[in-house]
Design a protein around this ligand. Sequence first.
Ligand code: GAP
Length: 426
Amino acid sequence: MDKIVALTKRRGFVYPSSSIYGGFGGFWDFGPLGVELKNQIKKLWWDTFVRNRSDMYGLDSSIILNPKVWEASGHTGPGFADPLRECKKCHHRFREEDLKKDSCPDCGGDLMSPRSFNILVKTFIGSVEDTKATAYLRGETAQGIFINFKNIFDAFHPKLPFGIAQIGKAFRNEITPGNFFFRSREFEQMEIEYFVDPTLATSEFEKWVKQVFDWFILLGLKKENLRFFKHPQEKLAHYSKATTDIEYKFPFGWSEFQGTANRGDFDLMQHSKYSGKELMYQFQDGKKIFPYVIEPSFGVERLMLALLVDAYYEDTSNKRVVLKLSPKVSPYQVAVFPLLANKPELVDKAQVVFNNLRKKYRVIFDGRGNIGKRYFAQDEIGTPYCVTVDFDTLEDNSVTVRDRDTTKQDRVSITKLDEYLNNKLF
Ligand code: GAP
């Protein structure tokens, strides 16, 4: 893990937030490569689960919602709370699962019995900071979807089953953020609420668990590093009838990075009750029901961390570190170099190749250092192909294409370069 933390900082994937002020626990800034990786994850998710399906509707709801939303959803009650034990002496709080002994890990003091602490992040709206002005940053993107159910139903009249999908920030006042950015206080979720006929909920749930798993394999995650975790009945979240997580074998142990829940009719019922608006599905014959909801929920950063861990590889024979990221997600797909940075004729030609490729691929131009160093630098950030323009290029209009994983090199005519890369990358 330390190696991944160091690499991702050094190469501009992720930085502790506000680092010049000593950081701010549980918050992270994503640098030029991190933002590319995150964008790819989100784009692929949106393409797979929204754009390429005819039963999905997209949404971008606001982050701060009417506080009643969180009352109705049960998030301001004990449901969305961490049971914590507070030290009687230093008042630090700990999760039960993080405690090795029955005393405070910081000062050795006695611990109180577990109490619930709500983890919604509070803010104030308007100029007076009193309880009436209290609002919350959303703890999950899901609620924005439920409260728009009627808007989308009225505008599009979708037939069951159908889903509403949203990508966006969520905030939780996590008591113990940590494991790099695995548990953060600000993170992004990609969530689908899939509305189904209640009698089909169990089979739709199973279908989603499988689809999600298949998508992770498609992104390049190794099967042996993934496993399912079915929540026991007594540990289900307050809204859930069934939940199956997908866990990844992180260096700090198997941990959840995606979950699919059968939320039943809990949310639509609650919001109908609290808002006085009937959030029901109406069939063409006029019959109305509360559909059940299957919710596949993904964390962008946790998926990113799993991809980075999965891809990290030390090639001892070539003395290099490689991020074997799938070209689907790697920040860059191709790097273009002039063999020598001080030969304008090579630099100009490489620029032409670069400008052509960037119309279609995610490409980076690198003219610094020697060629071997440039290859290693690209390996370390996961760029699958490096294209080098050399003196022969000026004669034969061909370039050298080097493969990240095999280090093998092919000579390819510039006129065939797009076809070559297209075959390799897609
Ligand atoms: N709407 C359901 C829901 O929010 P969750 O299991 O609490 O369920 C869903 O969160 C996903 O969001 C998790 O699988 C994880 O990927 C991500 N997530 C949750 N809390 C997180 C945190 N503190 N930091 C980073 N990601 C988090």
